[in-house]
Each structure stands twice: as C-alpha cells, then as structure tokens.
Design a protein around this ligand. Structure first.
Ligand code: OOG
Ligand code: MG
Length: 259
C-alpha cells in the first residue's frame, strides 16, 4: 500500500506553476513509482479542470534519443496540453509568465476518429488522423535547474507550459512523416535540426504508444484531440528577445516571439 499523498503533491506542483517558482523535486523527499507519478498527474489535471481549463489533447514526451539523453531518462511519458497553454502562431510569450522555458520542435496529430488501445499500431493511428501540423512546444519544468527523475517529470505534467501550432493543416496520407526534415532556429540561426524519424522511428508510433499507455487507465484518444508527439531534437533554452522559428519539410513553419 502506498502512503503517498497524491492531492497534496499535485497542489504543490500546481502552485509552483501558478507562482512561476522552481521547487525541489518530489523524489528528493518522497519516493514515487511511475504509477504513483501518474496518480499525482491525474490530481493535477483535476485541479486544472476544476479551474475551468479544458484539455486540448494528451501529449507524448521523451520520445527521441536526443531528448532522453538531454534529460537523462530513458522512457517516453505522457502529459496533457490545456487551452490556456495555447499561443497563436506568430504570437508572443512573455518570459515573466514562465520559470526557465525551453523550446522543442514537434509534429502534432489532429485525430479524426477515436483510437482505443491496447494493441494500436502506427498504421491504425494514421488511418484515424485527420491532419498533421507543425508545432513548437515550450516546456517549463517546475523543478530546480530543470532536473528531475522520470516519476518527477510525470507528476509535473511532463513539463507542459505553452504550445504554438502552425496554421497549415496537412492530411497525413501523402507525407512520409519519418522523412520530414526539421530545423529549429532562433533569431535566424539554426540551433538544432533533425527528421521525423527521430521520434520512435515515426511520429505515428508515438501516438500509437500513447493510445496503448492510456488504455491501461481505460482511456482513449478522442476525435478532435490535438496530440504532440515529442521533441525531435534536444530542447533549446529561451531568453528574452528570441524569435523562434521551426520549419518542417512539407508541413510548413511555426513561429513565436519571446518578450
Ligand atoms: C519533459 C517533457 C518532454 C518532449 O517533447 O520530449 C517533452 C522535459 O523534457 O522537461 O515535452
Ligand atoms: Mg514536448
């Protein structure tokens, strides 16, 4: 029997986000299993919903070698993107809204049909996907120095903070998403680059894995969900004055200014 106080850890992490304050990671004082961590995340999601925020979709994180290596963890995780996190394409994010933000270039899927695991494959995901769209995700771990163990980051809703979706909606059928080249630039200079295949061999595999992970909680992907598949490259630290631009072959571009 676990004696972890899930609601109180969730309130602690929620407060850190609201107050834009970095906190000591949970597992420094309280050991958490992966299962415990998702229980905390559920409580955190419940708090946000009680405050009137709506889920845009679940997201995957730590799906590329570059991300796993950078964060020193070795398993993909999921979290949730909420409506208050969405910034319009070409919009502005104020540095003061966040703690120590980093940016990632990602490919997002917009589901046309529900997908219910277990046993879901990438092909089934593609058949159920209405559009794919380029995205920038701004992650902002609530933990000191952006450092955590896997259970810590799961409890902290996978560091979710902001997201910008590109304006071009592309049906996935005719694009080989694994071969899509991606550059992430700041103030016109390419910082990192990669290809869709960095995400579990193909971004659709990330969505399939998500459906299969959610099935353990008797949950499914729903038509209309917008799903981030995970950073293709390592994440880049942001500073005031950064103009961030991701370009994705055939999918278009997505931009945000950091004020
Ligand atoms: C966890 C969130 C990772 C991604 O795309 O890999 C993530 C983190 O690195 O803080 O969103
Ligand atoms: Mg991400």
């Amino acid at each position: 029997m676990s004696t972890v106080d899930y609601p109180s850890i969730a309130r602690f992490l929620h407060l850190a986000e609201v107050e834009k304050r970095e906190v000591v990671r949970i597992t420094k004082e309280t050991p958490l299993s992966i299962e415990d961590a998702y229980r905390v995340q559920e409580e955190l999601v419940a708090i946000k919903r009680e405050q009137g925020h709506r889920i845009v979709g679940p997201k995957m994180g730590l799906t590329s070698q570059a991300k796993m290596k950078q964060m020193n963890v070795d398993d993909p995780i999921y979290g949730y993107i909420f409506d208050y996190m969405v910034v319009p394409e070409g919009g502005t994010i104020k540095m003061q809204e966040l703690i120590h933000p980093k940016v990632e270039a990602e490919i997002a899927f917009i589901m046309g049909k529900d997908v219910e695991g277990p046993g879901i494959t990438g092909a089934q995901v593609l058949a159920a996907t209405e559009y794919v769209v380029p995205a920038l995700e701004i992650i902002d771990s609530r933990y000191e120095n952006f450092q955590f163990t896997l259970p810590d980051v799961i409890a902290d809703n996978a560091s979710s903070a902001r997201v910008i979706f590109g304006n071009q909606l592309i049906p996935p059928g005719h694009i080989e998403l694994d071969l899509v080249g991606v550059t992430l630039s700041i103030n016109g200079k390419i910082k990192v680059l990669g290809a869709g295949a960095a995400v579990l061999g193909h971004p659709a595999h990330s969505v399939a894995m998500l459906a299969n992970m959610l099935a353990r909680k008797k949950q499914k992907l729903k038509a209309g969900d917008v799903i981030l598949t995970g950073g293709i490259t390592e994440a880049i630290m942001l500073s005031r004055g950064d103009y961030v631009s991701a370009k994705l072959d055939q999918l278009g571009e997505v931009n945000v200014f950091i004020a």
